[in-house]
Design a binder for this molecule. Structure first.
Ligand SMILES: C[S@@+](CC[C@H](N)C(=O)[O-])C[C@H]1O[C@@H](n2cnc3c(N)ncnc32)[C@H](O)[C@@H]1O
Length: 495
């Protein structure tokens, strides 16, 4: 995957496997242990009855037997695991119920016992954001200096209405504060969320991820809601049915969420693993690898990856990759510091790039960058792009792609920027140079301004011009709903 660096090749998201392999130079397995803790949402401290989807085992269905000592559980699980996989590094995973919910001395006893087990290189502790005391935080801080510690916090949704419905019994504020407390102590934070919670829309699920993306978290677990026998959730469903996501809907939502998430965030899970006998809906969840394959296939079909929505340039690069061939003639109408030119030259190894900029410093910067990368198949013009046609009249109908990156030179003089009239003039002229399959890509910065022109003004003149002269030939791509953010316009030749 050319554009996604946290992968060995086929995955388009930052898998836990990849993360562990790079961090510990080996495969690492999480061994689920059950310390027999309770939950403040069961015993009345925070609430009673627990979260409405929670199984009788407290979401620790694959964990060890709480009646057995930690060491015995560990050995038994390892024996089973070793039949399937080989690994010599382990993370002890306290999974079932709320694993910081006990007096400090008991927590210490359990965690320290796990740390003494052979080849255990870290601890993962699943808990609720309202169940970590200050003294426990201090202990975790110290523990974090001795081992690779991760705290997994359940959030499930940022929406208070759903949170009340599923009986979470803690607020979003409480969660956010706990993330901050843990990060103050440099402890790794992984957050659990659930897609398909009753009455939530796709937009709500995406909003949960957008919110988390802004927090300093290191990992995320994305689950599909399991509806299990004997849960309050199933009762609710029987009396007030709600939509159960299909596998296609779930795949679509997860792929959208991955595109939004910062690429550094490790994806610990992307689908659940419920016990088939207990599962009422959705049945498709039992085919875990089928779900994983669908997600891989969908990202490939979209040609996107985790973090794709982070920058509009990812969309620009995606279009360029599909559009430009190695012997094409292309134009960079605003070379600036030369990065777009370099991107194009990496593709057109046997073609030619023509670059324009009104600033000498931009031409020099670009020459320097391209020279550093041993590029020779290009020609730069220190003139305005409003002279495109007269400069390149020999190339009429021969150009595959023209890019405009409007605005001012990054790290340069902000008072020199593209202007509405010269921009539309250049677009009209460039259009005449395009071949039958040619296109123009324009990155617009509505929020930039200088003494003479604002980005907003240029944007408005440009959109009006496109509407009047190329009404059905252009597409606009946004990567965020922020009206001030840069966005992309793709203008295609009329066929
Ligand atoms: C946002 S920068 C381009 C950044 C560049 N694509 C890069 O990768 O570094 C915009 C550039 O447009 C140039 N510019 C402004 N008016 C121009 C015009 N009429 N013709 C050509 N270039 C122009 C500016 O000098 C500035 O360097």
């Amino acid at each position: 995957m050319k554009h996604f660096k946290y992968t060995d090749g086929n995955k388009r998201y930052h898998t836990l496997d990849y993360f562990y392999k790079n961090k510990f130079n080996s495969k690492v397995f999480k061994v689920s242990l059950n310390a027999g803790f309770s939950c403040p949402n069961l015993d009345g401290t925070k609430g009673t009855g627990g979260c409405i989807y929670c199984s009788k085992d407290g979401s620790g269905d694959y964990a060890g037997n709480p009646c057995e000592p930690i060491q015995e559980q560990f050995n038994k699980i390892l024996e089973i695991m070793k039949k399937k996989w080989d690994s010599d590094k382990y993370i002890a995973y306290f999974q079932a119920r709320t694993n910081t919910y006990a007096p400090l001395s008991i927590l210490q006893e359990k965690y320290e016992a796990a740390l003494k087990l052979p080849n255990v290189i870290g601890l993962s502790i699943a808990t609720r954001p309202d169940a970590i005391s200050n003294e426990c935080l201090d202990y975790l801080e110290e523990l974090n200096t001795r081992t690779y510690l991760t705290i997994e916090l359940g959030l499930q949704t940022i929406h208070e209405q759903t949170s009340n419905l599923i009986n979470r019994c803690h607020s979003l504020e409480c969660f956010t504060n706990m993330v901050k407390e843990l990060r103050k102590r440099k402890i790794n934070v992984v957050v659990h969320i659930i897609n398909g919670l009753p009455y939530e829309t796709k937009e709500m699920m995406l909003d949960t991820v957008k919110y988390l993306n802004r927090l300093d978290i290191q990992g995320i677990k994305i689950h599909m809601l399991h509806m299990l026998k004997g849960t309050k959730l199933y009762e609710l469903y029987q009396h007030h049915p709600f939509h159960i996501l299909t596998r296609e809907e779930y795949t679509d939502i997860v792929c959208d969420q991955l595109e939004l998430l910062r690429p550094e965030i490790v994806i610990h899970r992307i689908t659940g693993d419920p016990k088939e006998d207990d599962l009422i809906e959705p049945k498709w969840l039992t085919k875990k690898f089928g779900v994983l394959n669908e997600i891989d296939k969908e990202l490939k079909r979209r040609d996107t990856y985790q973090g794709f929505q982070k920058s509009i340039f990812n969309k620009t690069h995606q279009i360029i990759d599909h559009q430009v061939k190695k012997n094409d003639l292309v134009i960079d109408a605003t070379v600036g510091n030369g990065y777009d030119s370099l991107y194009l030259l990496d593709i057109i190894t046997e073609g030619t790039l023509f670059g324009f900029d009104i600033q000498e410093v931009a031409i020099n910067n670009t020459n320097k960058l391209l020279h550093q990368h041993q590029k020779t198949n290009y020609k730069l013009f220190n003139i305005g792009h409003e002279h495109l046609l007269e400069t390149l009249h020999h190339y009429q109908h021969k150009i595959s792609l023209i890019i405009f990156n409007l605005g001012y030179l990054p790290n340069g003089n902000k008072n020199i920027r593209t202007k509405p009239n010269t921009t539309i003039k250049a677009i009209d002229q460039g259009y005449q140079l395009l071949n039958k399959k040619g296109m123009i890509l324009i990155t617009v910065y509505p929020d930039e301004s200088n003494k003479n022109t604002t980005g907003k003004e240029e944007e408005q003149v440009l959109l009006k011009h496109l509407q009047e002269h190329y009404a059905h030939q252009y597409t606009i791509y946004h990567n965020t709903d922020n009206p001030k953010a840069p966005y992309l316009i793709q203008l295609k030749i009329e066929n």
